[in-house]
Design a binder for this molecule. Structure first.
Ligand SMILES: *Cc1c(COP(=O)(O)O)cnc(C)c1O
Length: 384
């Protein structure tokens, strides 16, 4: 059976070139970057080279790049690390209702500890209005955290404007750029972002490695303790193979960014057109233009998203119901809910996230099987 992967926003396969680059660091180049001997020095050299590569892709300085154990850890470090630093006075955070749980859950934890959090609602397209951010700022606001692009619907937020507002009002600004890093060009010399989260496995690198960009001068307290690694901000022996892999993945993204974006977007638009032309009562969730190139979140009225996913999987097509972290639970997506999508429509939504390996044959096949499945499920549906 044909097998097609449309879940690149959940994770991507490690690129073959990335894997080859990583392999020696598991075996002959296994040194600990803190060691004095030649093994250690070699690890230290490649660690710093990797930092340069990551910095280059987002136009940061290498000494502003901090490696972490995941994107989730980087989000936690940004939020908890800023709010808990005694130099950052104030007990209020502004974020949005559509953030990844790696941002929402640390914010909820802080509420339990006595901090105040404002969760801004998006508009119906999943976008955060910069004016709403400006209006939510108080004297005691320490941090604003609004994601660059949403992982469920793909909407790209106006982080340029939001970060400018934060800078003017002297509030720190963090953005979770896990879905955009390596896919859209990010220039931190132009963008007044103070902290930015990235992850390896969404860009054809390995799982279990992330990055937090921390602008020079930002006060941040570590959230773990145990060593002086990463300039005392993130202890733990550096995961050199994964860091090398992330850097290689970033370098490949830099080289192919424009071509990848064009190809993936064109396939995504073809898939949408074929679905729209052949299946009635389909609705697009997210912004029509300001959207990640590979993302297509659709509602098929009258059908359970989960049933649709299972039927697609039987035909070899792997899609998802919004975020991987919430699937398996019966709650409709917090993102669609915040966008005001009615619960029954939210329940009928699935996400296709396209990537480098997808072809036009994948699109044609998927559109065809989807038509069959939707017709069959709608006939079975008690609501039809
Ligand atoms: C995947 C993802 C994360 C988490 O990154 P991990 O490296 O998997 O921990 C955080 N934010 C967004 C938007 C994501 O898509």
């Amino acid at each position: 059976m044909k097998r097609i992967y449309f879940d690149h926003s959940a994770t991507t396969p490690v690129d073959e070139e990335v894997l080859q680059e990583m392999l020696p660091y598991f075996t002959e180049k296994f040194g600990n970057a803190s060691s004095i001997h030649s093994y250690g020095r070699a690890a230290k050299v490649v660690l710093e080279e990797s930092r340069e590569v990551v910095a280059d892709l987002c136009r940061a300085h290498a000494n502003e790049i901090y490696f972490t154990g995941s994107g989730t850890e980087a989000d936690n470090l940004a939020i908890l690390g800023v709010i808990r630093h005694p130099g950052n006075q104030g007990k209020h955070i502004i974020t949005s209702k559509i953030e990844h749980h790696a941002v929402l859950h640390p914010c909820e934890q802080l509420e339990k500890e006595g901090y105040e959090v404002t969760y801004l609602p998006p508009d119906e397209y999943g976008m955060i209005d910069p004016d709403s951010v400006a209006q939510a700022i108080r004297k005691e606001t320490v941090l604003i955290s609004v994601m660059h692009a949403n992982n469920e619907v793909g909407t790209i937020n106006p982080v340029q404007e939001i970060s400018r507002i934060a800078r003017e009002r002297e509030v720190l600004f963090h953005t979770d750029a896990v879905q955009t890093f390596g896919k859209l060009s990010i220039d931190l010399r132009q963008l007044p972002v103070d902290l930015m989260t990235m992850s390896g496995h969404k860009i054809y690198g390995p799982k279990g490695v992330g990055v937090l960009y921390i602008r020079r001068g930002v006060k941040l307290k570590p959230i773990m303790f145990g060593g002086a690694h990463e300039k005392n901000r993130r202890p733990g022996t550096e995961n050199i193979p994964a860091i090398v892999g992330l850097a290689k993945a970033a370098a490949i993204c830099k080289k192919n960014m424009n071509a990848d974006e064009k190809q993936i977007k064109s396939l995504r638009d073809k898939l949408f057109k074929q679905i729209k032309d052949n299946i009635p009562r389909v609705r697009l969730n997210g912004h029509l233009e300001q959207r990640l190139p590979g993302l297509l979140n659709l509602s098929f009225e009258g059908i359970e998203g989960e049933a649709l996913l299972l039927s697609l999987d039987l035909k070899g097509v792997a899609a998802s119901s919004g975020s991987a972290c919430t699937s398996g639970s019966v709650d409709p997506s917090h993102v669609l809910r915040a966008m005001g999508v009615p619960p029954n429509i939210a329940q009928s939504s699935i996400r296709f996230s396209l990537g480098r390996s997808n072809t036009i044959e994948d699109i044609d096949y998927t559109a065809a099987v989807l038509k069959e499945i939707v017709e069959r499920l709608r006939k079975l549906s008690p609501f039809e």
